[in-house]
Design a protein around this ligand. Structure first.
Ligand SMILES: Nc1ncnc2c1ncn2[C@@H]1O[C@H](COP(=O)(O)OP(=O)(O)OP(=O)(O)O)[C@@H](O)[C@H]1O
Length: 274
């Protein structure tokens, strides 16, 4: 059955885990000379366990939206809730995990020490930290590399470690900003599959930024296409492909049609702008 994109936000609104309501962001003084309107009137709700991707032209405010949810930035207008509370409260309760394009691991700490860091900050005992970090390292396929340092790992392995670290506090929401953008295609495919499996198994709510429409369609329940700056929601695509998904789904006619539709929306956005 095909769900329309009009019904989808209502479904998410039933018990939203993340909600943006009328969010706008202006950098610099509002109305001032150097002011940059990054986002305008963004309203979006993610249901618990939902995987939503943001795609849009460079500079349309995707990272800005993620940073707002992560409490790294306050919106100029509008409101945001994460797990029923403000982003600040959600961050302090460690309900949010964040993964960047560059793994941003601490180079002087071993992999297990990196994964344990959020637990350390939360005051979890050393015994429990070791156990949980060990489990996560196994989960992301890095067994045997606990004592290695980040520089000894490949890019894909570093991203796996980064995902394990973000998941260490069992966050309700995982925010991912182009996490696989710097990886080769084969590693990226493999990590896409692992992320799909992990997010389903842990019932995590994921907000994922990517430049690849195909990656967005492969992973998501919904794909949000944004307009050029100031970023607004241009279209929400419902990805009605069955789960569990495998890489081969990319050959299905429905996948190809959805990816083409997303691309057309993106290109249309550029057309409207110019
Ligand atoms: N701290 C800041 N001060 C001023 N302008 C900023 C700041 N952060 C972001 N911007 C501007 O806001 C706009 C949105 O940036 P953002 O990084 O969110 O876009 P994006 O869609 O993630 O881009 P990309 O796809 O290239 O990563 C850009 O024009 C950027 O230059």
């Amino acid at each position: 059955m095909t769900r329309s994109s009009v019904e989808a936000p209502a479904r998410a609104a039933a018990s939203p885990l993340v909600s943006f309501s009328g969010v706008g962001v202006v950098f610099g003084s509002t109305g001032g000379h150097g002011a940059v309107r990054a986002l305008e009137d963004v309203t979006l709700a993610l249901a618990e366990g939902e995987f939503v991707s943001l795609v849009g032209p460079s500079g349309c405010g995707k990272s800005t939206l993620l940073r707002i949810a992560a409490d790294l930035l306050a919106p100029t207008t509008g409101t945001v809730e994460v797990a029923g509370q403000s982003p600040r409260a959600a961050r302090l309760r460690r309900d949010i995990g964040f993964v960047f394009q560059d793994s941003a691991l601490l180079e002087w700490r071993s992999i297990i020490d990196n994964v344990m860091l959020p637990l350390e900050l939360k005051g979890v005992s050393l015994v429990e930290r070791r156990e949980r970090a060990g489990d996560l390292i196994r989960l992301v396929g890095l067994s045997g590399f606990e004592r290695a340092f980040p520089r000894q790992l490949s890019g894909g392995m570093r991203q796996r470690a980064s995902i394990a670290r973000a998941m260490s506090t069992a966050p309700k929401v995982l925010l991912m900003d182009e996490p696989f953008g710097a990886l080769d295609q084969i590693t990226r495919d493999r990590l896409n599959m692992e992320l799909l499996e992990l997010s389903q198994r842990q019932r995590m709510t994921v907000l994922f930024v990517t430049h690849s429409i195909r990656e967005a369609v492969l992973l998501s329940d919904r794909v949000v296409v944004m307009s050029p700056r100031p970023g607004r929601i241009r279209q929400v695509l419902d990805i009605d492909l069955a789960r569990p998904r495998h890489l081969a789904v990319r050959n299905d006619a429905r996948f190809i049609a959805l990816a083409q539709q997303g691309l057309a929306e993106l290109e249309g956005g550029f057309g409207d702008h110019g």
